[in-house]
Design a protein around this ligand. Structure first.
Ligand code: FO1
Length: 305
């Protein structure tokens, strides 16, 4: 049995951890967004890949929602004192990951190879696949002008009006052979409860991936990232509103209808189930908030049912 999971950061990481409690984690393959990736201080940083790796290794900083547990910040503080670019916080331990990755990339390794090496080092048996090894960067058009993903998300605390989202490099990016193989051979494809516009969309923009998923529609199950019309974390609700989408599970259903046969929604949204079905998806109602291991397991079992 093999399950492929289209993955952003925290929401996907928690889902993968929960699924790994119900099936063998080695049966899971995460196809991970790289649109958030950035080069800073000459280092290549892959937030979603690292969030998943650290979470599955039991090393994630649950307070921050990113980075490592027990982190220290001496380098960042020194850099800030120098007047350097310190708005994007790199912890002392986390920095080792970025140094390792950047050196390997400079010597010709691919992001996929580095992701596998880091996963193996941390004892993570789930397969972690960047959606592409080619450059792909999510960019925002905002009231303050054009900016990169992390300028929008961290520097401006995703608190600016967005009028457009684009995916630089997407047209010439290629899915890796491992990604195509996973999407072709998986028994089930899961769309994690990640932001549909900025975590899942950049994966689907890699030419070929959207079609591969759509061809498997009967085996695709999506989990709504909106609960009671709001995102648990991050700007999904605000971005959907600003870009003209219905900010509800019905809006999620409309986005995923061509790709998924089933949408899992939270009990809080049960009244909207008929609207999901009207969009052409089977609707499963369960607890989707992975607040504790019991609820996370319940969601994992619903995904596998
Ligand atoms: N998020 C923040 O809000 N502030 C930060 O300083 C920050 C640093 C950071 C460093 C490494 C990393 O892997 C992630 C980091 N994040 C930070 C999280 C990241 O910006 C976003 O959570 C994801 O890109 C959104 O999925």
């Amino acid at each position: 049995f093999m399950i492929a999971v289209l993955s952003g950061g925290v929401g996907a990481a928690r889902l993968l951890r929960a699924l790994g409690g119900v099936v063998d984690p080695s049966e899971l393959t995460a196809i991970v967004n790289v649109g958030d990736d950035l080069v800073l201080h000459g280092l290549t940083i892959c937030p979603d890949l690292d969030t998943i790796t650290y979470t599955l290794a039991g090393l994630s900083n649950e307070v921050l929602g990113w980075g490592l547990t027990g982190e220290t910040w001496r380098v960042r503080d020194e850099l800030a004192a120098l007047g350097g670019e310190a708005w994007f916080s790199l912890g002392d331990r986390d920095l080792a990951t970025h140094l390792y990755r950047s050196e390997r990339l400079a010597r010709g390794a691919t992001k996929s190879e580095v992701a596998a090496e880091l996963a193996q080092h941390h004892g993570v048996t789930t397969t972690l696949l960047p959606a592409t090894d080619d450059p792909l960067a999510t960019r925002f058009t905002t009231e303050l002008g054009e900016m990169s993903f992390q300028e929008y998300f961290v520097k401006h605390h995703h608190d600016v009006v967005v009028t457009d989202i684009s995916f630089e490099g997407a047209q010439s990016a290629r899915p890796t052979a491992a990604v195509r193989e996973a999407l072709t051979s998986a028994e089930r494809i899961v769309i994690a409860p990640s932001n549909p516009l900025i975590s899942i969309e950049p994966i689907l923009r890699v030419p070929g991936i959207r079609d591969l998923v759509a061809q498997r529609r009967e085996d695709v199950v999506a989990i709504s990232p909106l609960v009671g019309g709001a995102a648990l974390k991050g700007p999904a609700d605000r971005l959907m509103r600003e870009l003209g989408h219905d900010v509800s599970v019905a809006g999620i259903a409309a986005l995923y209808a061509p790709l998924a046969a089933t949408l899992i929604i939270d009990e809080m949204d049960a009244a909207h189930a008929p609207r999901v079905e009207a969009a052409g998806l089977k609707c499963v109602v369960t607890t989707t908030v992975m607040a504790d291991p019991v609820h996370a397991r319940q969601l994992a079992q619903a995904v596998l049912a």
